[in-house]
Structure formats: structure tokens, C-alpha cells
Design a protein around this ligand. Structure first.
Ligand code: HEC
Ligand code: HEC
Length: 220
């Protein structure tokens, strides 16, 4: 009975939920329906809210000289450095929670791809330690990799590997993070390709937020 009540309540909430005005500038790229037409845009639906807050503020400041309080994090990308300042400081957490609360979408539903997952690459277990089994994270500040777009994952791993310092005068993208930069440091392009293909082929899963409410993406 209790489980049923929760499910009914959450269904009602989902229908009645208003669109968050502060998130409007982001939806033309990150909205669920837009992603299909935007192969270069990562899905941020269902990612950890604290992780999203970190990324938005990192893009806003473009360069964070001494870390963002919790951990050292720097990120530069021409599109997002222009977009992120559209969110007012006071709205960042609400926008992050808005996207974190949406059901995730798997890359193969957007981009197609093999029905079968490629075999797990050697040493992928060390990624699971932080990113969760098959890349479905249960940790704050750590993004899920399962079902993220293959090319996006590839480019991020290369950015972690190839960014030795953030130089704002250099065109293009760069990214550093005190935990993740070390993880990417020794990967070859071939290893990066295999890791990106493996995680992109996994089915994403939005973390369960209330008892009795199942949040598998379409039951796959
Ligand atoms: C014109 C398209 C576009 C718009 C509009 C846009 N983004 Fe993005 N977003 C991108 C692209 C492209 C990337 C990938 C950046 C990279 O490769 O580092 C990205 C990356 C991100 C990421 C990092 C995802 C991750 O997994 O680390 C976050 C968070 C994000 N965007 C939030 C937002 C928010 C919030 C807004 C609204 C202010 C917004 N974006 C508007 C294109 C867009
Ligand atoms: C010690 C913990 C840890 C380990 C181990 C780890 N990561 Fe990460 N990873 C992180 C954290 C934390 C972030 C978020 C970085 C940030 O905030 O910019 C991250 C971010 C990423 C991203 C960017 C995702 C996005 O949405 O932009 C990719 C891709 C990634 N990791 C892949 C891997 C792979 C592949 C492995 C295994 C070779 C791995 N990670 C091992 C902690 C870890």
C-alpha cells in the first residue's frame, strides 16, 4: 500500500511539474528531445547534482586558480564557457537539480550502436571504483559514464590526459581534476577508444530516489 501511494504521488508530481525557467537557455541543446539532433552534446540528464554544480561553476569561471573548495577542477570549452554564464549564481543549484532529476537517456537510444556491449576492457574495474559498476555512479561529485555518448567520453579522456595546465589563450578545450587527471594520464588513444565504446554501450540508469519508485530507463 505504502509503495503504491509513493508511486501514485510521484506520477502526479511528474505530470504537474513546471518547467524550470532558469534552465530554459540550456534546453535547446540538453533537452531530451534536442539531444537526438545534437550529436556533439553530452546528456546531463540524471547525472549527480553536485557534479553538475561543479561543472557549471567551472565553465562560468573558465579558470579556477585554487580549486572550487572541495577539489581542484578546471574546465574550458568554447560553447559552454559562453552558455554557463546565462545561469545566475543563485540559480545554479536549482538548474543542476532540475537536470539531475530527469530520467537519463542511453547513447544507443540517441545514436544507435551495437545491441551487444563490447567486452569490458582490461583494467576497467579501476574505473568502477569511483564511477560504479558498469559506470553507473552512486557517488556525489562523480558522473555516471554508462550510456554517455561515445565521442564525448573519448574527447574528455583525451582532455584529462593532454591538459597539463589550463591556458586560457590556447583555443579549444581543456580539463583538469585532481582525481581524474591521474586516471587519464597514461591511457593510449586505443585504450581510450575501447573505454569510451564500452561505457557508451551500457544502459544508463537514473538513481532510485524514493522507495518503491523504479527508475530504469524503459526497463532495459
Ligand atoms: C549550444 C549548445 C549548448 C547549450 C545551449 C548548452 N550546452 Fe552544455 N554542453 C554543450 C556541449 C557541446 C558540451 C560538451 C563540452 C565539452 O566537451 O567539454 C556541454 C557540456 C555541458 C556540461 C558537462 C557535462 C558533463 O558530463 O560533464 C554541463 C553540466 C552542461 N553542459 C550544462 C549546461 C547548462 C546548465 C546550460 C544552460 C546554461 C547549457 N549546458 C547549455 C552544449 C550546450
Ligand atoms: C579516484 C576516482 C576515479 C577513478 C578511479 C576514475 N575516475 Fe573518472 N572521474 C572521477 C571524478 C571525480 C570525475 C569528475 C571530474 C570533474 O569533476 O571534472 C571523473 C570524470 C570522468 C569523465 C568525464 C565524464 C563527463 O561526464 O564529463 C570520464 C570520461 C571519466 N571520468 C572516465 C574514467 C575512466 C575511463 C576511468 C578508468 C580508467 C576513470 N574515469 C577512473 C573520478 C574517478
Amino acid at each position: 500500500m505504502v509503495v503504491l501511494a509513493v508511486a501514485v504521488l510521484s506520477d502526479t508530481a511528474a505530470v504537474a511539474e513546471p518547467l524550470l525557467a532558469a534552465a530554459a537557455p540550456c534546453l535547446s541543446c540538453h533537452g531530451r528531445d534536442q539531444l537526438v539532433r545534437k550529436p556533439g552534446v553530452p546528456s546531463i540528464l540524471g547525472l549527480d547534482a553536485k557534479y553538475l554544480i561543479h561543472q557549471i561553476t567551472a565553465f562560468q569561471r573558465e579558470f579556477v586558480p585554487r580549486g572550487s573548495g572541495f577539489t581542484r577542477l578546471e574546465r574550458k570549452h568554447p560553447v559552454m564557457n559562453a552558455q554557463a554564464p546565462k545561469i545566475k549564481r543563485a540559480d545554479v543549484a536549482a538548474v543542476a537539480r532540475y537536470f539531475a532529476g530527469r530520467p537519463c537517456v542511453s547513447a544507443r537510444d540517441l545514436d544507435g550502436g551495437p545491441a551487444e556491449s563490447p567486452p569490458p576492457p582490461p583494467d576497467v574495474q579501476r574505473c568502477f571504483v569511483c564511477h560504479g559498476e558498469a559506470g553507473r555512479s552512486h557517488h556525489a561529485f562523480v558522473p555516471s559514464l554508462a550510456g554517455q555518448r561515445r565521442n564525448y567520453l573519448r574527447v574528455q579522456l583525451q582532455a584529462f590526459r593532454d591538459t597539463h595546465w589550463v591556458d586560457m589563450t590556447r583555443p579549444g578545450r581543456s580539463r583538469t581534476h585532481n582525481m581524474m587527471s591521474r586516471q587519464g594520464a597514461y591511457l593510449t588513444d586505443a585504450e581510450i577508444d575501447d573505454l569510451a565504446a564500452y561505457f557508451a554501450a551500457q544502459s544508463c540508469r537514473t538513481p532510485v530516489r524514493a522507495p518503491g519508485v523504479s527508475s530504469w530507463d524503459g526497463g532495459r
